[in-house]
Design a protein around this ligand. Structure first.
Ligand code: UDP
Length: 471
């Protein structure tokens, strides 16, 4: 792009949704924009999310504006300003719907800013489209999903494919992608209801309508990973997409610590590496609710599999029960961490050879970029579809065995142990590791400055929006 030929500054507003998995990719996008000449970036957030964002962007020139998070929202405890702090994800709809109350403060702040060239806001902040229209700048959407999941969701909704089968686990072939089979259980309840209504449904309609009416969508993925689905989406939809990821590669991973400052878990991984041992990384993202019974079963399965593992739990979840009991269950091959970790730093550690993951889209991408194969254990949202993509489409992972074969079934320790061993030591594990490594290399190429497909897509997007005569 040739923004450098002008002295004027291009101003981009980013407004991430208040959940870690939605915020992190947009912070990476801020870096990518700031690496281009003459860009200024303003990130909107709330006071409760400020420190996370400020820490992440501390070495950049991004501006951060805090808006007050709506107070006295029914069902949402005071002080909760991000989904990972919600007592349960069943409160997602009232939480997300309440963000609309921020619109007047958002618009007051926009009035004071330099002219905005364009905004990228989260799909869940549907109301930001109205503000963009009011102030006359284009709004791009970020949903933080793969285009594979978007295509499958669109196809089953438009063709009402989920309402034929009697059972939630019956396989349904998608006529548009005849090699793909899904079940009703691959979709959240709002998709499974033949006559949906209620707050979550209203929220879905609002977000989709605003997305369709926006300038386009940025996709945190790379074209080479899901070309068939990217082409399908672009053919079937008027609303344009730009593949600009994996955004996690915008940030050089932090690997050098002064020895004193190394987190204990990285020192532990270093030790395993010195001993020539490989490690399974276990983490289920920032927000899924896991039952105490299921946690116990995980602990037994990991212990019995006799692999080394690093298990990151959410810091403050009361459901995780008695720590010493858990530690007794897992034996001495594993460690449990309850702090916020730098997940990418763990995944790229030379000792880490597998990832037991809930298949949040960021985790999938981060694992692929590190060349680490996934043991897929999806739990909610787009995770079951991501797991299908990981296991059946791009074949960079295996799936845990549930006791009844259902996507959402309980996982007993025996099923977990079997698949952990297969991933870490088996022949199919070797094959998916090789595939993950290959995709990891393609991902890096896609993000190469100047020449990568994702870098060029972002160039094309900003050129069109900041230098309209060039398009
Ligand atoms: N993450 C992290 N440290 C943690 C927990 C999570 O860095 O202790 C990051 C992880 O690397 C990923 C994001 O948080 O970038 C979680 O997003 P994902 O889509 O995987 O799952 P979600 O939390 O949205 O379910």
């Amino acid at each position: 792009m040739d923004a450098s030929s002008s002295d004027s500054k291009y101003h981009v507003v980013l407004f991430p949704f208040m959940s870690k998995g939605h915020t992190i990719p947009l912070l990476h996008l801020a870096r990518l924009l700031l690496r281009r000449p003459n860009f200024i970036v303003t990130v909107f957030t709330t006071s409760g999310n400020h420190s996370f964002i400020a820490n992440s962007l501390s070495d950049t020139t991004a501006f951060i504006i805090d808006l007050p998070f709506p107070q006295n929202v029914p069902q949402i405890p005071a002080g909760v300003e991000s989904t990972d702090k919600l007592p349960s994800m069943s409160l997602f709809a009232p939480f997300a719907l309440s963000t609309k109350l921020m619109q007047p403060d958002f618009e007051k702040a926009i009035e004071t800013l330099p002219r905005v060239n364009f905004m990228v806001s989260d799909g869940f902040l549907w109301w930001t489209l109205d503000s963009a229209i009011k102030f006359g700048f284009p709004r791009l959407v970020s949903f933080g999903m793969s285009i594979y999941s978007s295509c499958l969701s669109k196809v089953v909704v438009e063709h009402r494919l989920l309402f034929g089968p009697e059972s939630d686990d019956e396989l349904i072939t998608l006529p548009q992608f005849p090699w793909i089979k899904v079940t009703r259980n691959d979709f959240d309840s709002t998709f499974r209801d033949s006559e949906p209504s209620g707050p979550h449904f209203e929220f879905n309609i609002a977000t989709i309508t605003a997305a369709i009416n926006s300038y386009g969508t940025i996709i945190n993925s790379f074209y080479e990973l899901e070309a068939t689905f990217a082409d399908y989406w672009n053919k079937e939809n008027g609303n344009k997409t730009w593949f600009v990821g994996p955004l996690c590669l915008a940030d050089a991973p932090r690997v050098e610590h002064e020895p004193r400052k190394k987190p204990t878990w990285i020192k532990w991984l270093d030790q395993k590496l010195e001993q020539g041992m490989s490690v399974l990384y276990v983490a289920f993202g920032s927000q899924v609710d896991i039952s105490p019974q299921q946690l116990k079963e995980i602990a037994i399965g990991l212990k019995k599999s006799k692999v080394n593992f690093l298990w990151v739990m959410r810091a403050k979840d009361p459901e995780y029960g008695d720590e010493s009991e858990l530690e007794e269950r897992i034996g001495d091959r594993g460690i449990i961490v309850r702090e916020w970790v730098d997940q990418r730093e763990i995944l790229i550690h030379q000792s880490v050879n597998g990832f037991l993951s809930h298949c949040g889209w960021n985790s999938v991408l981060e694992s692929i970029c590190a060349g680490v194969p996934i043991l897929a254990w999806p739990m909610m949202a787009d995770q079951p579809l991501n797991a299908r993509m990981v296991v059946e489409e791009i074949k960079v992972g295996l799936r845990v065995e549930t006791c009844n074969g259902s996507v959402r079934g309980f996982v007993k320790w025996e099923g977990l142990k079997k698949m952990v061993k297969e991933l870490m030591e088996g022949e199919t594990g070797k094959q998916v590791r090789k595939n993950a490594e290959e995709y990891g290399e393609i991902a890096k190429k896609a993000m190469e400055e100047g020449s990568g497909s994702s870098w060029r897509n972002l160039d094309e997007l900003v050129d069109g929006l900041c230098n309209p005569r060039n398009t």
